[in-house]
Design a protein around this ligand. Structure first.
Ligand code: HEC
Length: 436
């Protein structure tokens, strides 16, 4: 049957494209100047440079040398650069995968084992230039909205909450690119993390829930540009909500955050409307019901049905402090039922990682597919993020409550578009097989 076939095609294709690891390019005597600096400049210094989030700079030999042992450990365990996707399961082709190759890891390991030599300083490449921290990465926005300032005290616990402002739109528009930007160096330091939403009002003027998710801000990740031909709807008269996580930096600081947005021209609709929703919470809704006894690891399962065929563009696990691991599975509308685990990822609340599929490997699902999200939450003392292993925890909005759902980015396909996309993928797969 056709649908069964398409599900199988998906998994086989992802295997066919896995790197073969055939080209061993590990220098015999790696040096910082010739071999290590190029890796750090590509994969580390976006965060490991002065004024950024990481604890030390890795730009110069003098900066990096004292960290050699720790660097070996972090790259061998793949803790750095941060990427928490389970590499043993499912699709592995992502637009934003920062992982080092096995050869790069072997090069760093050998360098450290050889005493981390500098080599000839003259061979060190020029460090990359970074756009000023407050540049718009998306180009000049069509609309900039600023949230009211929140004054973060000099010291105190982390602060969580919401700020609102108006978008001031009188008609629906479609977003093609969006960026969150704390204004100024100081604001950048206090804003740990922020999510933006578009909130609509009901007839009586009350806010309708938490709104539609727009974009996430976390250091290292600020801008989002949607795939060509797709756009996210920003409804007329909606309000912007900023859900923030701020922390103190030793002096009172105004956290001022702006959203910059680029739109399709007025009156234009995109070919595909891109959705991003919180799916697969337990009992079918976002927050759901969680029952997490003290000292135990629990699993939460949630489901969502896709009534139309779809191209899945993004997966992002969402839990709070107790979350440790999440998988997404598709249950296809076939007889007999076929299911496929598409991805699993470890979870760490300090890192909000999202996984954007490459165009060639975006999962394609037929109408009627069910998404199954399984989330593991560890309320035992073994979980180092667990501040209170003696207490029961349930579902809720506060950071000390839990959540367990996945953000899924997708756009709908008509059945014939779906069939065409599956056929195209099948052909690509046959071409790859013939080349091998
Ligand atoms: C997205 C930002 C980011 C990238 C990219 C990144 N790091 Fe980090 N790194 C951090 C942050 C933040 C910390 C401290 C918190 C933590 O460990 O999670 C850290 C911690 C470390 C540590 C531990 C420091 C200590 O205190 O012992 C090492 C070593 C390290 N990184 C090496 C690297 C290397 C090598 C690369 C590139 C191959 C890299 N990192 C890429 C953000 C990053």
């Amino acid at each position: 049957m056709k649908l069964v076939h398409s599900a199988v095609a998906l998994s086989v294709l992802s295997l066919a494209l896995l790197p073969t690891g055939a080209s061993a390019q590990v220098p015999a005597e790696p040096t910082f100047a010739d071999d290590i600096a190029p890796i750090f400049y590509d994969s580390c210094v976006t965060c490991h440079r002065p004024g950024e989030i990481a604890p030390m700079s890795l730009i110069s030999y003098q900066d990096a040398r004292p960290w050699a042992r720790s660097i070996k450990n972090k790259v061998e365990t793949r803790a750095m650069p941060p990427w928490h996707l389970d590499r043993e399961i499912g699709v592995q082709a992502f637009l934003n995968d920062p992982s080092l190759s096995d050869d790069q890891i072997a090069t760093i390991t050998k360098w450290v084992d050889n005493g981390a030599p500098q080599g000839n300083p003259a061979n060190t490449p020029t460090p990359p230039e970074f756009a000023p921290a407050d540049a718009w990465q998306i180009g000049e926005p069509d609309l900039v909205v600023q949230f009211p300032a929140y004054t973060v005290p000099a010291a105190g616990p982390d602060i969580f909450g919401d700020l609102y402002t108006d978008f001031g739109l009188t008609e629906d528009r479609y977003i093609t690119a969006i960026q969150t930007k704390p204004v100024g160096d100081k604001a950048r330091q206090v804003v740990h993390h922020a999510l933006s939403y578009a909130v609509e009002e009901d007839e009586s003027g009350d806010r309708m829930g938490g709104g539609t998710f727009l974009v996430e801000y976390a250091s290292g990740k600020q801008a989002e540009v949607y795939p060509a031909g797709s756009g996210l709807k920003l409804p007329a008269d909606s309000e912007a909500r900023l859900s923030y996580h701020l922390h103190s930096i030793g002096e009172p600081t105004d956290a001022v955050v702006e959203l910059g947005i680029k739109f399709l021209p007025v009156g234009t609709e995109p070919e595909h409307i891109r959705y991003s929703k919180q799916l697969g919470g337990s009992h079918g809704n976002t927050i759901g019901v969680l029952d997490l006894p003290a000292g135990e690891i629990s699993r939460s399962d949630g489901y969502a049905r896709f009534n139309k065929a779809a191209r899945i563009t993004m997966f992002q696990p969402h839990m709070h402090m107790l979350g440790t691991y999440q998988c997404i599975e598709f249950i296809y509308p076939t007889q007999p039922v076929q299911a496929e685990t598409v991805n699993c990822a470890s979870f760490d609340y300090n890192w909000h990682m999202n996984y954007n599929y490459t165009d060639q490997e975006t999962p394609l699902i037929p109408a009627g597919t069910i998404l199954h999200v399984s989330s593991w939450l560890d309320n035992s003392a073994a979980n180092r993020a667990n501040k209170d292993p003696k207490n029961w925890v349930g579902a809720g909005q506060r950071t000390i409550d839990e959540m367990a759902f996945a953000w899924i980015g997708w756009y709908d396909l008509e059945d014939d578009e779906y069939e065409a996309a599956v056929a195209e993928r099948q052909e690509a797969r046959e071409r790859t097989e013939n080349d091998n």
